[in-house]
Design a protein around this ligand. Sequence first.
Ligand SMILES: NC(=O)c1ccc[n+]([C@@H]2O[C@H](COP(=O)([O-])OP(=O)(O)OC[C@H]3O[C@@H](n4cnc5c(N)ncnc54)[C@H](O)[C@@H]3O)[C@@H](O)[C@H]2O)c1
Ligand SMILES: [Zn+2]
Length: 345
Amino acid sequence: MRELALSAPSGSSRIMLGESIDNLKSYCQGAGRIVAITDRNVARLYGSRLKGMDVIEMEAGEANKTTRTVEMIYQKLLDLEADRTSVIVGVGGGIVCDITGFVASTYMRGLPFGFAPTTLLAQVDASVGGKNGVNFKGYKNIIGVIRQPSFCLCDFDTLKTLPDGEMRCGFAEAVKHAAIGDAQLFSYLEGNWKKAFSLQRTAIEKVVHDSLLVKMRIVSADESEKGERMMLNFGHTIGHAIEKTTGMPHGEAISIGMIAAAELSVSKCNLPKKDAERLGALLKGIGLPTRLDAGGDRDRVLDAIRKDKKRHGEGVRMALLEGIGRARIARVELGEMEAVVNDMC
Ligand SMILES: NC(=O)c1ccc[n+]([C@@H]2O[C@H](COP(=O)([O-])OP(=O)(O)OC[C@H]3O[C@@H](n4cnc5c(N)ncnc54)[C@H](O)[C@@H]3O)[C@@H](O)[C@H]2O)c1
Ligand SMILES: [Zn+2]
C-alpha cells in the first residue's frame, strides 16, 4: 500500500492506494455511526463488504446526480439519526463521490467524510481535489462546495468488475493528467497502458499514483480555481459540449476534446505537431474516440460551446499544451474553436 497526503485551504486528505475496502471502517475511527452512500450497482457487487455501516443506496447514473437525490439522502440520514459524531463514506464512482461530498458538507453544516472510489475515473480524478457538487436543471455540477474528504481509499481490486468502457474513460483522465503535468507518466502510459488496463499491480498503482500527484500539485496551489486549477480542464471545454449534445460518456467526450485542444495548441502555443500526434495515438490505442461522427451534430456542439459558463466575451479561456507535460491557460476565440470543431467531424 502507498499513501499520499493532500493539504489545501479547505482541509487535508489521506489517500491510500492499494488498500482493501474491507478495512474502510478503520479509517473512520472514533466515529459513532458510519453511513456509507453507494449506488445500486456497487451495492449489488460490494454491499456485503460494508460491514458495520448503515448503507444508503441511490440510483446509478448522471441523471440521478441531482438535488432530488440529495434530499432523499438527507431524509435517510435523519431517519438514521446521523449526527455530528457520524462519518459519511461514499463507495462508488465519481457520481457517488460527488454527491456524498456535497451531502456530507451540508448536512448539519458538515460532517467528516471519506471516499472509497470504485471506478478508475474516480480513483484518478473525481475522489481527490475537494470539488463536491450536483447537477441542477440540466446544468452540470452547478450546485456544490469545495471541501476535502478526510480520506480516500483506492482498492484496485474493485476495478476487476468495472466494464472496459468505464476503464477507458478513467484512462482518458489519466492521459489528461500526464499531458498537462507529467511527461514521464505520458511515456509510461504509451508503453504500459495495457498492463495497467489488465490491472497488473505495479502498473495500475503507478498510473493512479502519478496521476493523482499531478492533480494534487495543482489543487494544493489553487484549490478554488483562480488560475492554475483551470489546467485540469484540459480537453473539457469542447469535451463538455460534446458530452452534453451527443450523450457520449464523459471520458470519451474529453478524449475528443483533448485532441481538439491539442490542435489549438499547435497553432497557439507552438505545441510540436508530433506531440499532438502522440496524444492522438495514445488515446486511439486505448480505444477512446478521437473524432466526432459526421452525425455528431456539429452545430449543436458549437452552440453548447457558445453557452459555456466560462465564456468571456467572444473568447474562452482554455488549457492548452506547450509540450507533453506542460500546459498553460490561453484565450481562444470562438472562431478558432469553430474551425477546430469543424476539423473534428
Ligand atoms: N469532483 C471532481 O473533481 C470530478 C472530477 C471528474 C469527474 N467528476 C464526476 O464524476 C462523475 C463520473 O464518474 P464515473 O465515471 O466514476 O461514473 P459513475 O459514478 O456513474 O460510475 C460509472 C458506472 O460504473 C458503475 N460502477 C462503479 N464502480 C463499479 C465497479 N467497481 N464495478 C462495476 N461497476 C461499477 C456505476 O454504478 C456506474 O454505473 C461525473 O458526474 C463527473 O462530473 C467529478
Ligand atoms: Zn473529466
